[in-house]
Structure formats: C-alpha cells, structure tokens
Write a protein that binds this ligand. Sequence first.
Ligand SMILES: *Cc1c(COP(=O)(O)O)cnc(C)c1O
Length: 404
Amino acid sequence: MHFRQQFLFPSTPTGEPFVYLAGNSLGLQPIKAREYINQELEDWAKFGVEGHLHARHPWLPYHEFVTESLARIVGARPSEVVAMNSLTVNLHLLMVSFYRPTPKRFRIVIESGAFPSDQYAVASQARFHGFDPKTAIVSLAPRAGESTLRTEDILAFLEREGDSVALLLLGNVNYLTGQAFAMAPITAAAQKQGCVVGWDLAHGAGNLNLQLHDWNVDFAAWCSYKYLNSGPGGIAGIFVHERHGLRSDIPRFAGWWGHSKQTRFQMGPEFEGMSGAEGWQLSNPPIFQLAALRASLELFDAATIPRLREKAIALTGYLEGLLDSIPQRQFEVITPRDPEQRGCQLSLRILGNGRELAAKLTAKGILCDFREPDIIRASPVPLYNSFLDVYRFAEVLRRFGGKA
Ligand SMILES: *Cc1c(COP(=O)(O)O)cnc(C)c1O
C-alpha cells in the first residue's frame, strides 16, 4: 500500500498540495475517514436507536474496534487500553486514581516547559488536594545554557528527592523541543523511589516505538489528533497497567460505561467497575470520532510501528543533514541529535523574526508551525511525508533562513 495516497493534503491558494510538516499538531485526514463516518450517519438514519446493536459496526461495542490497534501503538495488552474522552480530561481522571498525596509524599514532577494544559492540570490537582502548587509542583529544567534535559539529571533528582514525590508525569516527547525521554530507565528509577509514574504520550503515540507494559509504566494518556490522525478534537486514549487495572480498590470517578458489560443495562444503583482500562470510562463514546480514528489505525496496522519508526529515523535524519548544510544559518536546531532522544520532530530556534519566517514558509507552500517566542517546529511524518517534502522544506529555508 502506498500510504501517502491514503491521506488528503490541504492545498495552497494556487491549488498545489502543501508540504505538510504539521502532523505533530494535527494529523492529516485519512481518505477512509469520510466513508467510515458516513457509514455511521447512514446507519443512524436507517436504524435510529437500534444502531447500538444493528449498525454494521454496532455502537454498543464500537470502542472495542480500536482497542487492539491502540494496544499495538503503545505496546500494551488490549485490556490495558481504551479510547475515551480527550487528553486533559483523561489526565485528570487518571490523577484521581494515581495521584494520592500524603503529607510526606505529595509532589508532582513534570518537565519544565511542559504543555500548558498539563501544567494547569497538575497545579489544579495539587490545589484540589489542599497543597500549594509552588511547593507541590517540581519542574525539571535543563542546565543553564542547554535546551533539553539530561537523563542523568532526571535520575539524580529522583535519587535525591524521589521520596517526596507522589507522581512523576512527563511528556514522553516534549511538544516544544521535540526531546524524547528515556522512558524505561526513568520509570524504573522513579518507581524504585516509590513514585507513581504516568506519561503523557500526546507527541509519542504513533511516533515512537513504545512498550508501556514491559516498561511497567503505571498509567499513560494521549490525544489522537496529532500523529494518530483522528481529526480535530478526536477521541483520546488511556493506558492503565494491568497490575492496577485488575484491582477494584483503586479510587476512581465512575460512570455507566465503566460498569460491567453484563449488568450495565440492568441499570442498578451500585457501580461494578469493569476490570482493565475500560473500567475508567464514564460515558458512551462519540461514534463519529471513533469512526475517524478507525480509518487511521487501519493504516498504522498495515504499516506497523517498527517500520514507521525506521523510516522516521531516516526522514528526520535527512532533514537534520540538510539543515546542517545551510551556510550561515539564522537558526539553531534545539532537538537532540541522538535519534533515540527524539521522534519525527525537529525544533528550530529562530535567531531573527520567527513569526515572519513561518509566514514566508507558508507563502511558499510549506506548512509547519510557529510557537512563541522563537520556535518553528517541523515534523516529517513517516506515514505520509516523503524525502522530497523534506528536501523542499530545506530548500525554502536555505533561501530565507541562512544568509546566502
Ligand atoms: C496536544 C497536547 C495536549 C492537548 O490537550 P487536549 O486535552 O487534547 O486539548 C495536552 N498535553 C500535551 C502534552 C499535548 O501535546
């Protein structure tokens, strides 16, 4: 299958397809998304409420149709993942269960420069439990003069102060710098100190080769409209390790979709949580969003993560080499050079006017994004970007971004 042809590319005003390097922000639309959503619109028209059981893909178990693919994406057992809600909502629901502060151990550790929503979420959780975020939230920062964190510094912090940390919650790929963290050793080191470890996979799911189960991660959450191409506001996903998911004594907020399937429709007053990640569901899920996600996950299943990752390493490496070759460049790549410490994305710190440069790139048919105050992020995505895309981006940058 030629995967690039399975996606719809936005066009420039002159009708040319954009060189689309913004898949880290919003993935492209899979061609099949429209068909799959239309199928549900048709079945809704045809069956009304009976579609829950009689639609071609019945709505009652619809979320289960994406479970195995999601499990493959994050390296989990199917019982450890479920598609539900949106990312920030899920972070809160998971912190209800897994941020259980005590007077001695109440801190939450995040990376400095974490995505703002994550910063707001952890600060509000600390406040909710009666703690002051100023003392309860620790932001791990790079050393002076450096742009990204060193693994050794994270491990040293955990060794030193881990006994006061209730929860370590890092973005496995930082949205701004593109740095990927060493998940396995960091998870193990934090757990050795008695911390619970959660990962925000917003920029990791569909990008890196993840093995959440084997790495013994406690929980994780991700959105699926970035590398997973589920469309704007698409349905998100969670991972709960089975050693937690099989327990019924973990506090959680409950809703009927987390209730045992066998007895859900007896509509009884007592909550009987399902075992596994499904037990964290609250509401019946949005079918149109799941339909769009299905269309994308089928492509991931055909392509497979190890092969995508192999191409991504080559594609991003090619981009890095081209950028290196631009004479007198007016930017600096802040993403780590080690492929193990990054996914698809390269982040460029622009020394001149970044906003203006981003606008010029768009005018030349390149879509990447600008983040205040000075970062341009470009993500060649292995499912639909080509080496020619990368070449064209670098050529435009060579014209504007380096003094010729
Ligand atoms: C994209 C992103 C979000 C977005 O949160 P939503 O709840 O989906 O709006 C949150 N956290 C991180 C790390 C992200 O990259």
